[in-house]
Design a protein around this ligand. Structure first.
Ligand code: HMG
Length: 391
């Protein structure tokens, strides 16, 4: 049977971050709570020039060749930080990256789950059109606000994935288990800049959904945890994925448990210093596992748990492809993280609390400070129309 899956992938996070020890001290909290209790060392912050479109464009620009841009016939932009009620954020990316015009572009939303819905749609599409390619962009800015319970679990970034009928990295299996339940664990009304969250309930809902989809997957397909080389999870903060591993601990023998722990550690190297990037977080963890972990054998099966508050979850499986390490951009990603600069807390608070302000004519000029030469940035608004440029 034809394999379909991730042929290329990369991520982008803006060049500024907040140090979690400094944040803890400013909030009168023991730094160990953030470093170990929550499990975050740094938090990526998007200055105003890096909106979801700019971040996604920068992520995709690292992987797309001229040939890919001719073959892509669908762009799926997954986000819960939309910049327009009508227009899909992907239309700007499609233009900025010169993707051929006879392509379908659409935006998907379901909290942190929507990139996974994008993958499932792409799977069906590539089954029917095996020579085409689908670009999936998962781009978000997680904002709870200054001095809120969710503050240490913010972040910003984008993951770009190119799916094809001949994947170099991970083939996605067709069997999966999905679960939906209307709950209010985390949400962001259209009038609110910041997310609302019932933190403890959201943790319970995440674990409850994991149990629902895992039980369903086992029942339908006769699986057990030891079938998988590693299990990766949606990572809103790195402790949450550990709780997920613990939830499955009863079903693991010692060897499986040690293996999962080891791979979980390599799967959170990036998340630990970037924070929650919502719909891209599971895929940032996948990328971290692929790039920072020991090489795993071709054919190894990786269990993936996607969770989006509100809530939708899915358990699905990827199969490692031979030579996958050669298809990754490990050094580029490490360099991007090393070259970031630390935001002073006052600067972070200013950025977080002041959304772009538009004058009466519908214009806004944006600051370009804290940007990298060569990046695509959000450059301003002209008569209510957003525009972007490459620095
Ligand atoms: P909190 O009340 O600040 O923290 O909320 P806490 O008091 O529960 O402490 C957290 C952990 O730190 C605990 O460990 C403490 O023991 C430990 P745990 O019991 O959890 O293992 N701790 C310490 N450890 C070491 N030294 C110390 C110390 N003090 C305490 N001195 C919470 C934390 C995550 C709930 C909050 O930050 C929050 O509401 N965050 C946002 C919600 C969230 O991320 N939920 C995750 C599940 S829902 C989800 O993943 C979906 C989401 O991504 C959105 C989407 O789908 O779009 C969020």
């Amino acid at each position: 049977m034809m394999k379909i899956g991730i042929d290329k992938m990369s991520f982008f996070t803006p060049p500024t971050y907040v140090d979690m020890v400094e944040l803890a001290e400013a909030r009168g909290v023991d730094p160990n709570k953030y470093l170990y209790g929550i499990g975050q060392g740094k938090m990526g912050i998007a200055a105003e020039a890096y909106d979801i479109v700019a971040m996604a464009t920068n992520a995709a620009n690292k992987i797309l060749t001229a040939e890919d841009k001719e073959q892509i016939d669908m762009v799926i932009f997954a986000t819960e930080s939309g910049v327009d009620h009508s227009k899909s954020a992907g239309t700007w990316v499609h233009d900025l990256l010169d993707i051929q015009p006879y392509a379908r572009v659409v935006e998907f939303k379901q909290a942190c789950y929507s990139a996974t819905a994008g993958i499932q749609l792409a799977m069906g599409h590539l089954t029917m059109h095996p020579d085409s390619k689908v670009l999936i962009l998962a781009s978000d800015i997680a904002k709870y606000g200054v001095n809120t319970g969710g503050e240490p679990t913010q972040g910003a970034g984008a993951v770009a994935m190119l799916l094809s009928g001949d994947p170099s990295i991970l083939a996605i299996e067709t069997n999966s288990a999905t679960y939906t339940k209307d709950i209010d664990d985390f949400w962001r009304p259209t009038y609110s800049e910041f997310a609302y969250v019932d933190g403890k309930y959201s943790n319970e809902a995440y674990l409850g959904t994991l149990n629902s989809v895992w039980d369903r997957y086992k029942d339908q397909f006769g699986a057990q945890v030891s079938d998988f080389e590693a299990m990766l999870f949606h990572v809103p903060y790195t402790k949450m994925g550990r709780k997920a591993l613990l939830e499955l601990a009863d079903e693991m023998d010692e060897t499986t448990s040690e293996r999962f722990e080891k791979y979980y550690d390599s799967g959170i190297v990036y998340n630990y210093v970037v924070g929650n990037i919502y719909t891209g977080s599971l895929y940032l963890s996948l990328l971290s596992f692929l790039e920072q972990g020991d090489e795993v054998a071709a054919g190894s099966r990786i269990g993936l748990f996607s969770y989006g508050s509100g809530a939708v979850g899915e358990f699905f499986v990827g199969e490692i492809q031979a030579g996958y390490k050669d298809a990754l951009l490990k050094e580029d990603h490490e360099k991007m993280l090393e070259n970031r600069i630390k935001f002073a807390l006052e600067e972070y608070e200013r950025v977080l609390s002041n959304p772009v302000s538009i004058d009466e004519e519908g214009n806004a000029a944006l600051e370009t400070k804290h940007t990298n030469a060569g990046d695509f940035i959000f450059a301003g608004i002209n008569e209510h129309k957003r525009f972007y440029k490459k620095l």
